[in-house]
Design a protein around this ligand. Structure first.
Ligand code: NDP
Length: 309
């Protein structure tokens, strides 16, 4: 009985080490190692090659190594009966909260503008906004969206939120579903996207949404690239519907060299770094889920196949 770590990057060994340190009794393997595929009971995955998990005939569950599991649902060769789990971790939430607060601060205080002017030795003061004058709309009030809301509120921003069904117990106003979306958008001077990527959210950041936001609004997309219609964002920026956008996630990552976002003065790019799963912090929940699977118990943080998150 063992765990296989399958990732598309160079972090496989770091994850294997963290899992082994957490549970020295549990064999943990990566691709290319000498093990029996029939021994693998749990696959711990991040953007694994689609179809690659078929080689483990005795899998009991698939553990995503991040909060988002869209890449697992995109693998159509995964058995329908397998539970799929995701990461819920306090650092993932607090790192995201720190990141969004930093970006929103930089926007209001025009830090990117001054950095650019500095490269040209230009002294050009502009007005700035105070946090308390600005309302941030958060799309998605899950584990990360709620943490972001809390940190923005503590810093002095006004916050509104949007969910599919849920009504979290918070002091700020929450809008739900497509019926209340317009009212939510009209309030959002900075729009933060923290929705999961599902068939219902793909392309949701589009021209209609940008048109509905207050004129000159700002966008922060820290969720997934395919939530955004790239061409619609460029149009909205060029038409003045939006004044700037900070994007951490993209349709194709790394963002291709010839993508117009790189050269657009109002688009600020970070390389999918808003909040990254910390192997040491996350290892205990993965081992706990593995032991539950082996015992026939229900693991934690199972996602809904019908909802897609
Ligand atoms: P959760 O599953 O905890 O929360 C998702 C939220 O989105 C819920 O409030 C849910 O509503 C809402 N939602 C889902 N579908 C819709 C819809 N169609 N319309 C309106 N609201 C909807 O997710 P997390 O907060 O843990 O993570 C959010 C996403 O952040 C992840 O899926 C991932 O893609 C991304 N992420 C990005 C990172 C980065 O570094 N850039 C790092 C980690 C995650 P309801 O409450 O009603 O269910």
């Amino acid at each position: 009985m063992a765990i296989a770590v399958v990732r598309n990057d160079n972090m496989t060994d770091v994850w294997k080490d963290a899992l082994r340190a957490q549970a020295p009794d549990v064999p943990v393997y990566g691709p290319g190692e000498d093990f029996r595929e029939s021994d693998i009971k749990m696959a711990a995955v991040w953007k694994h090659p689609p179809g690659s998990l078929k080689t483990y005939p005795n899998l009991l569950g698939i553990q995503g190594l991040g909060a988002g599991v869209d890449f697992i649902f995109e693998d159509t060769e995964i058995r329908e009966d397998l539970p799929i789990m995701r990461v819920v971790d306090p650092y993932l939430a607090s790192d995201m909260a720190e990141f969004v607060l930093a970006v929103a601060t930089g926007m209001l205080k025009r830090l990117q503008y001054y950095k650019y002017n500095e490269s040209l030795s230009l002294w050009k003061p502009k007005t700035y906004q105070r946090f308390k004058e600005v309302t941030v709309g958060i799309m998605g009030l899950g584990k990360l969206g709620l943490a972001v809301a809390q940190s923005l509120e503590s810093a002095g921003f006004s916050v509104v939120g949007w969910t599919r069904n849920s009504l979290p117990k918070v002091r700020f106003e929450v809008f739900r579903g497509s019926a209340e979306r317009t009212r939510f958008l009209k309030r959002s001077e900075i729009l933060v996207c923290l929705l999961p990527l599902t068939p219902g959210t793909r392309g949701i950041l589009n021209r209609d949404v940008f048109k509905t936001l207050p004129k000159g609004a700002r966008l922060i997309n820290v969720a997934r690239g395919p939530l955004l219609e790239d061409g619609d964002l460029l149009y909205a920026l060029d038409q003045g519907m939006l004044s700037e956008a900070c994007l951490d996630v993209f349709h194709t990552e790394p963002l291709p060299q010839d993508h117009p976002f790189w050269k657009h003065p109002a688009v600020h790019i970070t390389p999918h770094i808003a909040s990254v799963s910390d192997p040491k912090s996350v290892a205990p929940q993965i081992i706990s889920n593995y032991r539950k699977l082996i015992k026939g118990a229900v693991p934690e943080n199972i996602v809904s196949r019908s909802a897609g998150y």
